[in-house]
Design a protein around this ligand. Structure first.
Ligand code: UDP
Length: 264
């Protein structure tokens, strides 16, 4: 296990599957299974889900609505997605807690940092609903902020693309993927990883980001095991240090390999 605690960001759009709107049951269950498998390694998992499959604040103006009202509608959309994921995880016997940035006391706990940390320590999957609870933000910003507050090792941004490319791979067939990149390069090259607020939060707090394809079965697990999947964004473009337990077990296997080579 490379990461002791991760924050997984899933977009609302990803939950639509092939649909035009709402939640695709199969996709939801697929994500729940991926998360369940990842919990079995002992990694602590927090999740932030977007709401773009239901409503985004920017759509409000097109509807003739107030932007702030639209943002709250978007936040409530994320709570709906979070409730769906919570239920799917519970079907698989995974212990979960849903904490919301907007108080909705009949369906979820209010977000309290210390409580969230306690849930994680107890091995519960913590889902953060309603973003950060304020308009004019996105769930990417919520993912960065909650990851920092939870002292997570990394933000894993699950998308339908398998990393960060030199150009949009869905439009430009010559685009190539970066295995690793620095925060500064992302900014210089104006690459689209997260919105600027979310990205800056990670950069200023030295929180690595990995952009990866969440729809590929086993990818989440591979990442947690320390395999190179997707694109890693760090301060200096290199892998963050493994946690102490992983370093210990790596050291142990190096000693074993050396000893057996010497004996042979
Ligand atoms: N939102 C907000 N504050 C937050 C998080 C979300 O106002 O802290 C609103 C915003 O209108 C956003 C919508 O909720 O458009 C849904 O979230 P987002 O667009 O990030 O979802 P995604 O694109 O990941 O599906």
């Amino acid at each position: 296990m490379k990461y002791k605690r991760i924050l997984l960001k899933l977009s609302g759009e990803a939950l639509m599957g092939a649909q035009q709107y709402g939640i695709d049951a199969e996709r939801l269950m697929q994500y729940a299974k991926e998360i369940k498998t990842a919990t079995e390694t002992g990694t602590q998992i927090a999740v932030v889900i977007g709401g773009g499959n239901i409503f985004r604040g920017v759509q409000a103006e097109a509807f003739g609505l107030d932007r702030v009202q639209g943002d709250y509608m978007g936040m409530l959309a994320t709570v709906i997605n979070s409730m769906a994921l919570q239920s799917a995880l519970e079907k698989l016997d995974v212990n979960t807690r849903l904490l919301s940035g907007v108080t909705i006391q009949r369906v979820c706990e209010p977000y309290i940092r210390r409580r969230a940390l306690r849930h994680l320590e107890k091995g519960r999957v913590v889902i953060f609903g309603a973003g950060i609870g304020s308009p004019y933000f996105t769930t990417d910003s919520a993912a960065s902020l909650r990851a920092i507050e939870m002292d997570a090792d990394v933000v894993l941004k699950g998308t339908r693309v398998d990393g960060i490319y030199t150009a949009d791979p869905e439009k430009d067939p010559t685009a190539t993927r970066y295995p690793q990149i620095t925060f500064d390069e992302v900014m210089e090259k104006n690459l689209n990883v997260m919105d600027m607020t979310a990205f800056t939060l990670c950069k200023e707090n030295n929180l690595p980001i990995i952009v990866f394809d969440m729809n590929k079965t086993g990818n989440l697990q591979r990442l947690i095991d320390g395999e190179t999947v997707g694109t890693l964004v760090t301060m200096n473009g290199t892998q963050p240090e493994a946690d102490e337990a992983t370093q210990e077990s790596n050291l142990q296997s190096t000693i074993e390999t050396t000893t057996s080579t010497e004996q042979a």
